[in-house]
Design a protein around this ligand. Structure first.
Ligand code: KIV
Length: 274
């Protein structure tokens, strides 16, 4: 049975921590789904880990719909959340509504995520009131990187921290079913998690959030450049791939692969005929 936003809420009510991973393709989504993770996020981080870009602002609606569609095909049970790309929702609540609907109708997501706190409250409310579940995203918001810098948010002054608290409250009041806290200092994300009734999902924000999210290519060690301190590497898949690719190339060179076992022979009758 597919996870619903109500299941996510009940994790918080039961005090049960949950994990979220990003995915961008069918095969990875299948593996994550088989492992029973309740939520798969098709993050616009695909710009970095799939497209090799430095920033997420290059991602388009077409990119996101394409990747969300294939992830949704691989996710039989997880709630699939599509990340709204730069300028697909900032221009107006109506644009946001039109684009969010495309994630559900065309890409088969069950929810969307969008970046921004107080400033996005009206937009979140517009979507939620029309039946589109929204995951908020506050703290460091990568689409605003050129404006705010790639750094922890709410850390420099008390006013700074109060702004993050207000953002969290605004996202909840607007009707979001959960909120990502990215690069929020540990004590502040603890405070937010205690104050909110909706689940918080942390990345680089300490252990007190209700859930955690990681970029799958970072934690699996597929992409090994620009890794933040918030990443824990659970595997070195790039190294496994390098060994396999090198062994394959060597075996082809040496005539070890392929063997007769890797093909099908012609029958003796046809051979005689030839
Ligand atoms: O795009 C993404 O992968 C994200 C997560 C890091 C939360 O927004």
């Amino acid at each position: 049975m597919r996870t619903t936003i109500h299941d996510i809420q009940s994790y918080k009510e039961r005090g049960e921590r949950f994990s979220v991973l990003t995915a961008y393709d069918y095969a990875t989504a299948r593996v994550i789904d088989e492992c029973g993770l309740p939520v798969i996020l098709v993050g616009d981080s695909l710009a970095n880990v799939m497209h090799g870009e430095d920033s997420t602002v290059s991602v388009t609606m077409d990119d996101m719909l394409h990747h969300t569609r294939v992830v949704a095909r691989g996710a039989a049970n997880a709630l699939v959340v599509g990340d709204m790309p730069f300028m697909s929702f900032q221009t107006s609540p109506q644009d946001a509504l039109r684009n969010a609907a495309r994630f559900l109708q065309e890409a088969r997501a069950q929810a969307v995520k969008l970046e921004g706190g107080e400033v996005m409250a009206e937009t979140i409310r517009t979507l939620v009131e029309r039946g589109i579940p929204v995951m908020g995203h506050i703290g460091f918001t990568p689409q605003s990187e050129f404006q705010i810098g790639r750094r922890y948010q709410g850390r420099r002054t008390a006013d700074d921290a109060r702004r993050v608290l207000r953002d969290a409250q605004a996202v909840q009041d607007a009707g979001a079913f959960s909120v990502v806290l990215e690069l929020v200092p540990e004590q502040l994300s603890h405070m937010i998690t205690e104050r909110l009734v909706i689940p918080t999902i942390g990345i680089g924000s300490g252990p007190h959030c209700d859930g955690q999210v990681q970029v799958v290519s970072d934690m699996l060690g597929i992409v090994t450049d620009h890794i933040g301190r918030h990443v824990k590497r659970y595997a070195d898949i790039a190294d496994v791939m390098r060994s396999a690719v090198t062994a394959y190339a060597q075996e082809v060179r040496d005539g070890v692969f392929p063997t007769a076992d890797h093909t099908r022979p012609l029958s003796q009758d046809i051979l005689n005929d030839l």
